[in-house]
Design a protein around this ligand. Structure first.
Ligand code: NAP
Length: 485
């Protein structure tokens, strides 16, 4: 039996594996459904895919990368970085690929998790860490007739690089974080590009630049300088995020975004249609300096009328007009609630996580769930971010799991789970901050469930989360009285 089974080899699974190795725990394995590591950065390889968190902050605390070539790294560079981190695990035989988790149940007798993969293979582990990521089940809008479309169709997260867009009529549904990155890249290729917008996004300028070679070699020779940059970016984002965590401080952001729109779009009618009708920050604030210019191209049309149907040769508008297309690209986001849809998790007393989370996913600190001993999530419920680097959250969570591991060892116990009271109190605390935040501005986003509950976001500062997770509060956990023999 393993001490730890980690499921998923994106940034979070790799962070967990590195922390265990550092702590001298070598009895673990990472199980990955794909053939290579990378998670979201392996899946999202659409043209223009890039991170909107500055590179030196978008790195694990224990794996800084002095060689980042630019402020906002692009997908190939991030994926290459992840592959190099993965190589260390592959070299020590710590990853198993093509291993897709189907079910896991808590064996109360043996105090361990029994994991079964899609091929029926079983493994046992004292502790299971689910590092599954939240954004990889594509969402396709429920538009009548979508199966009728006769041209090429794909989702941004399943990009078809074999489909040549040159000289074609391309339709894009969605104007979120992914679409605003690939629209400027495909606009010069397509004969005609129709961008279907349901809600206009708030957009800030993207101050991207290449680090000169001398800066990169300085970072390599003086790691302290890179740490200073990382710390400064983190503190700046913490400061700026007060405009989101407390929406009354968001006036400056609105001013900046409106100025950006005015500078880049001269046409008053287009500008009016690109002006969001909800408070800034309610949906993710996007950063781009080339999206608005792409929309002003002669071969690009922004369509903000609702789509009533998809037909074999195009998209039918509510007005009756047909916008013809040869290729249809969905930039319509993901279904975070469906990440566990095909994985059955059975905890103590036969509890089923899908049932427990039916009304709302919840976990103490977003990490552990009452009724599911020795199960941990990385980037679990209410710990995604709209205002800083999620890698900071992952680092905080991995530290907490390691602290809990030490607490179990000190008590000579085999398992621990949060109390129901601690889990409820955490959720109440998260909810208490929500109404004052920008995310509660009344818009529709993947942060909220259909009842309007915030199921995804951490709505306070990242420092507050680090403080909350810095140590194990023994009163918040139930430690199994059964002792290690
Ligand atoms: P998204 O932000 O959820 O955007 C989906 C888009 O599709 C929205 O514009 C949405 O309109 C539209 N849409 C959905 N259903 C529709 C329908 N029935 N008819 C018309 N339009 C429809 O998805 P995403 O762009 O893939 O981004 C998801 C998340 O991934 C982001 O929030 C971010 O966390 C992450 N991400 C990060 C980066 C980065 O770091 N740069 C890049 C990409 C993605 P509404 O707004 O009206 O709902």
């Amino acid at each position: 039996m393993l001490e730890f089974a980690i499921v998923g080899a994106g940034f979070s699974g790799i962070a967990m594996a590195r922390a265990l190795t550092r702590a001298g725990v070598h009895d673990f394995k990472v199980y990955e459904k794909a053939a290579v590591v990378g998670g979201t950065w392996r899946e999202n390889h659409y043209p223009g895919a890039a991170c909107d968190v500055p590179s030196h902050l978008y790195s694990l605390a224990d794996a800084p990368n002095a060689r980042w070539t630019r402020l906002f790294p692009r997908q190939p560079e991030i994926q290459a970085h992840l592959l190099s981190l993965g190589d260390e695990l592959i070299a020590t035989g710590k990853i198993e690929f093509a291993w897709r988790l189907r079910s896991a149940h808590w064996d109360a007798e043996q105090r361990c998790w029994c994991l079964t993969n899609a091929a029926g293979q079983q493994i046992r582990a004292r502790t299971m860490v689910l590092a599954l990521g939240g954004l990889h089940v594509p969402a396709f809008p429920d538009i009548p007739g979508k199966e009728q479309f006769a041209g090429s169709v794909f989702h941004s997260a399943q990009w078809r690089h074999d489909v040549d867009l040159s000289g074609r009529r391309v339709a894009v549904i969605g104007t979120g974080a992914s679409a605003i990155q690939f629209v400027p890249i495909i606009a010069p290729l397509a004969a005609h590009l129709s961008v279907f917008q349901r809600s206009a996004p708030w957009l800030m300028p993207r101050p991207d630049f290449l680090f000169p070679a001398w800066v990169r070699s300085a970072f390599a020779r003086l790691p302290f300088a890179a740490q200073m940059l990382r710390g400064s970016i983190f503190l700046l984002l913490e400061l700026l995020s007060t405009g989101l965590t407390h929406r009354r401080f968001g006036g400056w952001a609105r001013w900046l975004a409106q100025t950006h729109l005015h500078k880049q779009v001269a046409d008053a009618d287009l500008r009016a249609r690109l002006m969001p009708d909800y408070p800034i920050g309610c949906k993710r604030v996007l950063i781009s300096s080339d999206y608005y210019p792409a929309l002003t191209r002669a071969n690009v049309q922004l369509i903000d009328e609702p789509i009533s149907a998809i037909e074999s040769n195009g998209l039918r508008m509510q007005s009756g007009q047909l916008i013809e297309a040869d290729v249809l690209i969905y930039g319509s986001g993901f279904k975070p609630m469906d990440v566990l849809a095909d994985i059955e998790i059975i905890g103590s007393h036969g509890r089923n996580l899908a049932n427990d989370w039916q009304t709302r996913p919840q976990a103490y600190l977003g990490i552990s769930v009452h009724g599911y001993p020795n199960l941990h999530f990385l980037l679990g419920p209410n710990t995604a971010l709209g205002h800083n680097s999620v890698l900071y959250m992952i680092d905080s969570q991995v530290r907490h799991i390691m602290a809990l591991q030490r607490a179990k060892r000190d008590r000579n116990t085999l398992s621990a789970e949060p109390t129901a009271a601690a889990q409820t109190a955490f959720l109440q605390d998260v909810d208490a901050g929500f109404p004052n935040s920008a995310w509660a501005g009344g818009c529709r986003s993947w942060y909220l469930d259909t009842q309007g509950h915030n199921i995804a976001l951490w709505t306070k500062s990242c420092l507050a989360y680090r403080w909350l997770t810095r140590r194990v509060n023994a009163a918040d956990y139930h430690f199994d009285p059964q002792q290690l023999r």
